[in-house]
Design a protein around this ligand. Structure first.
Ligand code: NAP
Length: 243
């Protein structure tokens, strides 16, 4: 049995991954944006161990959340799932880029880290211009490239941890919309697999998966110089250094 923390698990792929992990006998701590959503999350998954509330568009709340996760003790895996698609650039950067960065930097390292990226990262800006702007900005594609860069940076800096990124496919959640063509089941099974499986194919690090298979990604994310620059900019914005 593994113990897993999942951000953004009041709905969508986070909620579905939580349900499946619990069904398979694991212990899950949920997260939602506020107390009301936290209550809804635990009402929908009463078997969850706990639920934490924090609005990830607010950097001070992200830091408080990290402290609250640490207070619950060690986790085997963390799934950085919460995300926004249609929002101001400053909100996208906080929720999609800085929340995974801060939580990864502050939470005691689990054995496995999983970052929800997207096929749309392929058109993200590898120059990181928006991230360096004042105030920082990101398009959705930029932010999903950031998630991939972060996964690869973590994999390089913490070789004892399995850190990987996922494209779940375009699937019918609140974000994906009802007309999304992808398979919803396949959209969360890779996260569950990477979080718990002992398959050799899941015990890898610094990779990018789609439906449990390694997939094509923006190759610049492998550049250590880009990864280090990304970490440095995030540290400057948040005041949290990446260890
Ligand atoms: N669906 C797709 O087609 C697709 C494709 C590629 C990648 N992805 C990625 O997959 C992940 C999950 O997406 P999804 O499709 O499951 O989307 P979703 O149904 O919209 O769920 C997103 C989750 O993130 C939470 N969230 C959003 N803003 C937040 C904030 N400020 N503070 C705290 N929590 C916040 C949401 O909370 P509320 O429920 O309260 O809004 C929700 O639980 C995302 O990272 C997304 O980028 C999705």
């Amino acid at each position: 049995m593994a113990r897993i923390f999942i951000t953004g698990s009041a709905d969508g792929l986070g909620q579905l991954a939580a349900k499946e992990l619990i069904r398979q006998g694991n212990q899950v701590v949920l997260h939602a944006r506020n107390q009301q959503r936290a209550k809804e999350a635990i009402d929908r998954i009463p078997e969850a161990e706990n639920v934490l509330a924090a609005d990830l568009s607010d950097i001070s709340q992200i830091k408080r959340l990290a402290d609250e996760v640490n207070a619950l003790g060690n986790f085997d895996a963390i799934i950085h799932n919460a995300g926004v698609y249609q929002a101001a650039g400053s909100t996208i950067v906080n929720v999609n880029t800085l929340a995974p960065y801060i939580l990864t930097s502050m939470i005691d390292l689990p054995k496995r880290l999983i970052y929800l990226s997207s096929g749309m990262h392929l058109s993200g800006d590898p120059k990181l211009n928006g991230l360096e702007a004042v105030p920082p900005q990101a398009t959705y594609s930029d932010s999903k490239l950031h998630d991939l860069i972060l996964a690869k940076a973590v994999a390089r800096k913490h070789p004892t941890v399995y850190a990987n990124a996922i494209d779940p496919g375009w699937v019918p959640t609140k974000m994906g919309g009802q007309g999304a063509p992808g398979d919803l089941e396949q959209g969360f099974q890779t996260q569950v697999w990477l979080a718990t499986s002992e398959d050799a194919a899941a015990l890898v690090t610094g990779r990018y998966f789609h439906h449990k298979q390694e997939a094509r990604y923006q190759l610049q994310s492998d550049e250590t110089e880009l990864q280090d620059r990304f970490l440095k900019i995030c540290a400057k914005i948040t005041g949290i250094s990446f260890l």
